[in-house]
Each structure stands twice: as C-alpha cells, then as structure tokens.
Design a protein around this ligand. Sequence first.
Ligand code: NAD
Ligand code: MG
Length: 285
Amino acid sequence: MTDYPRPPFPPQAQPVPGSQQQMQPQPDCGERSYTGSGRLANKIALITGADSGIGRAVAIAFAREGADVAIAYLDEHEDARETARWVEAAGRQCLLLPGDLAQQSVCQDVVERTVAQFGRIDVLVNNAAYQMTYYELEDISDEEWLKTFDINITAIFRLCKAALPHMAPGSSIINTSSINSDTPKPTLLAYATTKGAIANFSAGLAQLLGKRGIRVNSVAPGPIWTPLIVSTMPEEQVSHFGENTPLGRPGQPVEVAPIYVLLASDEASYISGTRYGVTGGKPIL
Ligand code: NAD
Ligand code: MG
C-alpha cells in the first residue's frame, strides 16, 4: 500500500502518444520488481501498445514467465527498445513492430511478421489505444471519432481475425478495456464508448470461439500511471490522477500485469467471457 507514488504529481504534459522516459515519477512496469515462475513457458505472445505502460509491464511479465513476445506500437522507438531490453534480459526473444494499427494493412502485417518469426500465436493481447480530452460534444470532429474507433476497437477486430488461423486450441485473447466501459468519463466520450465496445466484443467473441478452444477475456483497469495519461489529460487532472480511488493513488502498470499472466496461462483454462477489474477499489458493474 505504501510502495508506490501518491498524488499530487509534478505538472507535466506531452504530445500524443507520450514518452515513458520523460514521465515523473517513472512508472513501474516491473523492470525491477516482477518475478516470474514459468507459468507461460515457451508460449508466443503478440502484445499491442507494449512499448510503454501496461503493455510493457505485460511484456516483461510474460517474458519472465517464459514467453517470447512480439510488441506492436505506434512510433515510440526508444520506449520500445527499452521494453525489448528487459524481455531479452529475461532470456526471451522480442520482435518490435512499429506502425499505425488504424490501418488494416498494418494489423495484417504485425500478425504475419509475428508468425514469420515465431511460427504461431498462443496469446494475443490487444492493448493499444488512443484517447483525448474534450469538454463539449461539438468539439469532437467526425475524423476524431472515427480515428478513436479505428485504433481502439476496429483494430482489435482486424487483429483477432488475422491471428485466428495461427491460434491453436488452448490459445487466449486478452483485450484491454477500462473502468470507462461501464462508468464513462464524459470528457473521454469517444474513448469510453470504444472501451464499452471492447468489453462487449470480448464477451461475444468468447462465445464464438469456445468451440475452437480459444478463450477471450477483457481487463478493465482503473487509473494507471502511464504515458497515455500525461499525453491526453489536462495538467491539473494529471497532478491528482488516481486520488479519488479508495486506495488514494493510481495503480502502476506492474500491478495490472498479473491478471494478464493469469488469463494467458493454462491455469485459466475455464476462464473465458469475463471482464476483470483492476481499479484500486472502485467497483465495476
Ligand atoms: P500507453 O500510452 O503506455 O500505451 C498505449 C500504447 O498504444 C502506446 O504506447 C502506443 O504505442 C499505442 N498506440 C496508440 N495509438 C496507436 C496506433 N494508432 N497504432 C499502434 N499503436 C498505437 O498507455 P496505457 O495506459 O498503458 O494503455 C494501455 C491500455 O490500457 C489502453 O488500451 C488503455 O485504454 C488502457 N487503459 C489505461 C488506463 C490508464 O489509466 N492508463 C485505464 C484503463 C485502461
Ligand atoms: Mg507508448
């Protein structure tokens, strides 16, 4: 309860998609804290948005549990190299896949390159996302709305479809939703709507893929200290981020990763169609 930083945080703002290197305090993605125990031995995982934040913590945890990982991300090459460094330090391979997942061809390409390198996909973690703060409905342009949907939900549909032929029975799909999926923050209207869609899509897809032995779940984090926050929220919200949770602070990415490890592992063989909250005490509906 006392290990991690509490608000107020220093004022800071960054352009989208944000650089983890430049955050104060630095997020904890498990670089020096996550201990693995072989729970994902020799699995192959494709994780989107894994240069930084929750995705990086998942990549590090998966590697320390024995998985090789491919990580897709937009263009934060330095953050991505840092993730790769930790994956390789765990004795596992890391394939870096930059590109804009709003494009169908990029979704197809990241799957094809992962399969070319590793031969199959055992775990698909759809975690990349975009959000921006808007105070009025009229401030959200049509392009902005569609962009948010393309990155956050349409890419997930495309990645699942592209990956499926390479996923054997026993494989797992994990989609990052949000506490916004049922308690939407009004200033993140388009984002919150996509997060509701991700939770719903995951629950439906789990039912479609059950007969193929593939499990699908979503994770609904509360406030987590990542570049997404400092690059899309006003400075006063960043300073007090996570203060209104029962635990009084934002979560660190490393505190979210264990749920992804469980959902990816064979221990979760009967867990499918569910949304897991990691919210610092706020109930999800
Ligand atoms: P993050 O910024 O570290 O990760 C998001 C990543 O998405 C970025 O690193 C970026 O490379 C990638 N991305 C963005 N646009 C892209 C595009 N067009 N093409 C390819 N990649 C793109 O932030 P995070 O908070 O770790 O976000 C990870 C997930 O967690 C997201 O789905 C986010 O919605 C979800 N989430 C975060 C919070 C939070 O408080 N941080 C809360 C709930 C849910
Ligand atoms: Mg990033």
